[in-house]
Design a binder for this molecule. Structure first.
Ligand code: HEM
Length: 134
């Protein structure tokens, strides 16, 4: 049977992030709490700060009562479309910048031999002085 539930992407939800138009995501469900912000006993700022992301942890951390949870169901407008997760855009580094980074890495690895050589040289000098004193 086809579902009548509205599916919303996180991108779409995050566009509703103002006092007059506020959607939040809790436990995979999308809630339009615009009309409830002024009445919310925990204040509107906490809810506004929870827009554009999954607010389940913040909601649970506040230890909401059973009646708060029942009240919440009245604001449900749909479900989060998990398949529409936005992949982070890959940053393409320009050729010149890439060459610059490669040179920097090559330059810094050039001196890796210095520390072990310094340790061995110091041990030799200390050993030599110790043997001469005996
Ligand atoms: C539709 C969604 C929500 C409803 C209906 C709702 C309802 C309520 C209610 C009725 C209370 C009073 C205490 C209780 O009965 O549990 C409350 C307190 C509170 N809520 Fe919400 N809430 C919602 C969403 C959120 C969200 C998303 C957050 C956090 C990001 C949040 C944070 C808090 C905090 C911090 C308190 C105060 C707790 C205290 O002072 O003890 N609420 N909420």
């Amino acid at each position: 049977m086809p579902t009548l539930t509205k599916l919303c992407s996180m991108q779409e939800v995050s566009e509703h992030n103002t006092k007059d138009d506020c959607w939040i995501v809790i436990d995979g469900k999308v809630y339009d709490v615009s009309s409830y912000l002024d009445e919310h006993p925990g204040g509107d700022d906490v809810i506004l700060a929870a827009t554009g992301k999954d607010a389940t942890d913040e909601f649970e951390d506040a230890g909401h009562s059973r009646s708060a949870r029942e009240q919440m169901e009245g604001f449900c407008i749909g479900e989060l479309d998990e398949s529409a997760t936005v992949l982070p855009e890959l940053k393409i580094v320009p050729e010149k910048q890439r060459e610059h980074y490669q040179k920097l890495i090559a330059l810094s690895t050039k001196h890796y031999w210095a520390l072990p050589v310094a340790v061995v040289a110091t041990s030799l000098v200390v050993g030599f002085i110790y043997l001469r004193r005996k």
